[in-house]
Every structure is written in C-alpha cells, then in structure tokens.
Design a protein around this ligand. Structure first.
Ligand code: ATP
Ligand code: MG
Length: 373
C-alpha cells in the first residue's frame, strides 16, 4: 500500500514538473565558451543564469585571440564555466560553428519523401568537399508558397527547394566527449546561424541580413520569411582590429584589446593616425563583402535587404551602428536576444550590452526549451 501511494505521489510530482526542467544552451566559440540556462515558467522562458569564460588561459595565449583547444582543455574550460556560473541544468543543446559545417539550398525535381532519401545524398556529394561518410547529413524541404493557375486550381511545382545541412563528424565527436566529461546530455547539435536567427529576429517576411562580428571571422546571413537563404564567411574579425592597433601603436595585444574595448577606433593623438587607417581598411574590407552579398541577393532574387542586425562581440565597438547605417543607408539594429526571455528588471541594461555575444547560446537554449512542449 505504501509503495502504491508513493508511486501515485511520484506520478503527480512528475506530471507537474514535466516541462519545467532547466535547460542549457552552449556556444563553444573561438575565443570563449558561453552558456545560457533557461527554465519554462507559466509558458515563458525565464533566464536562470548565464556566463562566459575566455579561452586564452587554456591555450596559453592572450584573451581575445582565436584559439583551437584540445578536447581535454575545452572540457576543463566548460567545467570551470559551469562552476562559476552556477549552472545546474543537465539537459543541453550545443551550437556548431558555421566553419565546421556546410549549408546549401538546392533545387531538385519534386519527388516523394522516400525518393528524397536517395536523391539528396547523391546531390549533396557535389557540394561537400569531404567524403560523405565524414559528415552528418540532414535536410529540410523548404515550404513553398502555394501557386494557383488562372482557373484557381492549385499548381504543383515541378521542382522543390531542399536545404542541405552537413556537419563534420569530427566536431560532433569532440563535443560529445566534452559534454560527457561534464555529465551533460545533448539532444542536438545546431549550426550557429540557426540559433542566432531564432534569438535575434522577430517574425517578418522581408529579407534581413544578420552580421555576426566574431573574433577571426565575420559571418553574414540573409534570412527571408524565417528561412536562411544565404550564408557567407568573411575572413576578417574583431581580432584583426586588435592586431592592427597593436602593430601600428607598438603596444601589446592585451593593451590594444583593452584600448579597442574602451576607446574604440577613435583617434586620440596624431601618432594614432596610422592605426586608424589600418583599422579602417579592415572595416572597409568587411563592409565591401557586406555590400557584395546584398547586391548578389538583389540580383538573384530581385529583392532588397530591409535591415541589418548586428551581433557577435565585435559589434560592441563604439559607433559601429552609426557607421553601418551611414554606409548602407538602411535600418541597422543591435541584436537583443535576451529580449526573448524573462529576467529581473535590474539586469535589463547589462543584458542588452551582453546580448550580441550571447545570441548563439540564447538561441540554442530556446530550442532546447521548445523540445519540452
Ligand atoms: N566593447 C568591445 N568593443 C569592441 N570589441 C569588443 C568589445 N567587447 C568584445 N569585443 C570583441 O568581440 C570579440 C568576441 O566576440 P564573440 O564572443 O562574439 O566572438 P566568438 O563567438 O568567440 O567568435 P567566433 O564566432 O568567430 O568564434 C573579441 O574579438 C572582442 O575583442
Ligand atoms: Mg560566435
């Protein structure tokens, strides 16, 4: 009888706690690891904790430099971050860098789901530069607007668009190891751009560009009707600004990093003229790639980009919003991913400032919460 009652009490407890477990979004990026822990309360995503750990110390380089850590060192850094941020969640999702993945939209004849399973891997081979056995392959059929003939009949498209997503197995194996060393359990690995799109964009149908200013690269995405149509990696990032400042002013990387974060790229003295020129060349290069991506999109789809959303730690640079809108003469907005979660009011300003760096981790945590629905 006692067992019977205990079982009933347990079932009731399980029923009420279902879907209320804390979840963790993890972003292992090139200069730091970021985590965001959320929990669902009354149907809302509530922020429980978040944190970031710089990876410089684990790689014996200055903080702010891009690193490539071993599995062991990455696991150690994550352990430290979990402790420092008081993370309690065990269920998580993890983002995968765009550079370890491949994303391509292809057009193929409209076929059945079963035939798709045969056709897609064959088609994918044409775009994936490594043997297909080395990647984890996934795909999605992109929903098409229904088109009607003149007499109102629904027209069947003869071609469909399929988004192919491939992730290198090597990185999935490494992350699986890092997680198991931290007793974490992940149900998915998501390419970072999907996470960012979820956390920084609100519903909209017009094409928008997401500009992710990271450490050694800048990633550009074009999203239309919630679907990522283009992605492009520019081989310049915020670290290049630090390196240019350090070189032209004859100061250490650490000093230059500090100066970039506090003063930005504004010229203080005449001797800084040259450094301003160097850093301007980097920004100009990135902007020229933005321009090219926007123009290519216009030519290909005959549609204009209506807004640029800035994300990634690099966009905390002073005046970058003004510079970008001046250059492209369109609306420019700083990403505010924490807007999608509930948090104490006194954190509002701090979270706004931290937002661009945490966009990926917030997006992953939001997807993990959706799994509970
Ligand atoms: N206040 C600031 N002003 C200018 N730059 C800043 C500021 N704060 C951080 N950054 C820069 O942001 C970068 C880190 O951004 P972020 O955390 O988004 O990169 P990451 O995710 O590690 O890079 P990636 O996505 O390329 O792997 C660093 O280069 C850092 O110098
Ligand atoms: Mg990043």
């Amino acid at each position: 009888m006692k067992d019977f009652l205990n079982n009933i009490i347990k079932s009731i407890k399980d029923y009420f706690s279902k879907g209320e477990e804390s979840v963790l979004g993890i972003d292992i990026s090139s200069s730091s690891i970021k985590v965001v822990q959320l929990r669902k309360k009354r149907g809302r995503a509530v922020l429980e904790t978040y944190g970031e750990i710089a990876l410089g110390a684990y790689a014996d380089v200055e903080n702010g430099r891009a690193t490539k850590l071993s599995t062991q060192k990455t696991a150690e850094a994550l352990t430290d971050l979990i402790r420092e941020s008081k993370v309690t969640a065990k269920k998580c999702g993890v983002s995968v860098p765009l550079s370890s993945s491949l994303l391509k939209i292809i057009k193929i004849p409209a076929v059945s789901e079963k035939q798709l399973k045969e056709i897609v891997p064959i088609e994918a081979r044409k775009y994936i530069p490594v043997p297909i056995t080395e990647v984890h392959l996934d795909w999605n059929v992109i929903p098409k607007e229904t088109s009607y003939s003149e007499d109102g009949e629904v027209q069947k498209a003869d071609k469909i668009e399929v988004m192919i997503v491939a992730i290198h197995k090597e990185i999935i194996n490494m992350y699986t190891d890092v997680l198991s060393q931290n007793n974490l359990e992940s149900s998915f690995f998501e390419i970072e751009l999907f996470a960012t799109t979820r956390s920084v964009l609100s519903r909209g149908i017009k094409p928008v560009m997401i500009f992710d200013f990271g450490v050694s690269t800048t990633k550009l995405y074009i999203v239309e009707e919630g679907i990522i149509r283009e992605s492009h990696i520019v081989n310049r990032g915020s670290q290049d600004l630090t390196l240019a400042l350090s070189k032209s002013l004859g100061i250490s990387f650490d000093e230059a990093e500090g100066s970039k974060r506090t003063t930005g790229l504004v010229k203080k003295t005449e001797s800084e003229e040259e450094s301003t020129e160097n850093t301007s060349a980097i920004i100009e290069y990135i902007f020229s790639e933005v321009e090219r991506t926007i123009v290519d999109y216009q030519v290909k789809y005959n549609k204009s980009i209506v807004k640029i959303v800035l994300t990634g730690g690099g966009v905390l640079l002073k005046n970058i919003v003004e510079k970008t809108s001046e250059k492209f003469k369109i609306e420019v907005e700083l990403a505010d991913p924490f807007k999608k979660v509930e948090a104490p009011a006194f954190l509002e300003e701090i979270l706004k400032r931290a937002g661009p760096e945490f966009a990926v981790a917030v997006g992953v945590a939001l997807r993990k919460l959706e799994e509970q629905e």
